[in-house]
Design a protein around this ligand. Structure first.
Ligand code: TYD
Length: 202
């Protein structure tokens, strides 16, 4: 991190609003005069596009998912995120390593958090991680059956949520209850970010 560059990740269980809140945060910081680069994972690379296809396919081995998410992130970090940070942008990523640690380690017993960390060891870590928390039953109730991706099943997502919460405690991540009105949740996110950037909100 240089004086102006800052790497923020919003992560959380499916349906917790990481995409909406990343977009709102990017607009807010741009309005405040920062150079902002908004991005997401799976990324827009060919590996990311393949991964989005695989999110609909239950036949893909979890180890393949883990390897591809790590490859996508490696490319994403070195060809995009790092470049923007070097140009003193604030980078906001909608999901990052924490998604792999949680979703892939819960997909199969043979996939350990240690192995995921090893696969992801050559990318830079965020300066700030905020976890958005919601009860998966509430989040999934908004979707129709046809929209559902392979991880969007309440039993699996309950485990995802529990692991996000225990990892957040262990790693000292901020956790925000996302089951409140959007403006209220966004304001909490903005306050954390401004505090980290050393700016007092007027
Ligand atoms: P999501 O971010 O919700 O995208 P959309 O809003 O387009 O559905 O979906 C991405 C899914 O990919 C989500 O279920 C979590 C999963 N995922 C992983 O399993 N591992 C990862 O490393 C990443 C980045 C995402």
């Amino acid at each position: 991190m240089t004086l102006n560059s800052f790497f923020i990740v919003l992560d959380g269980v499916d349906g917790s609003g990481t995409t909406t809140h990343s977009q709102l945060l990017a607009s807010f910081l741009e309005y405040k005069g920062f150079k902002v680069h908004l991005t997401r994972e799976p990324s827009k690379s060919e590996i990311g596009i393949l991964l989005r296809k695989y999110l609909k396919n239950k036949e893909i081995p979890p180890t393949t998912d883990a390897l591809l998410f790590a490859a996508d992130r490696d490319l994403h970090y070195h060809n995009e995120i790092k470049k923007k940070l070097d140009e003193e942008y604030i980078v906001i990523s909608d999901r990052y390593i924490e998604s792999s640690i949680i979703y892939q380690s819960l997909q199969a017993d043979r996939i350990t958090i240690e192995w995921i960390k090893k696969l992801n060891k050559f990318v830079g870590l965020p300066d700030l991680t905020i976890i958005l928390d919601i009860d998966p039953k509430i989040a999934l109730a908004r979707k129709t059956d046809q929209d559902l991706e392979k991880f969007e099943d309440t039993t699996f997502l309950d485990k995802v949520r529990d692991l996000y919460l225990s990892r957040a405690k262990q790693e000292g991540y901020y956790v925000i209850n996302s089951n409140e009105i959007i403006e209220f949740v966004q304001e909490k996110i903005q306050n954390i970010v401004l505090e980290k950037l050393g700016i007092i909100k007027k």
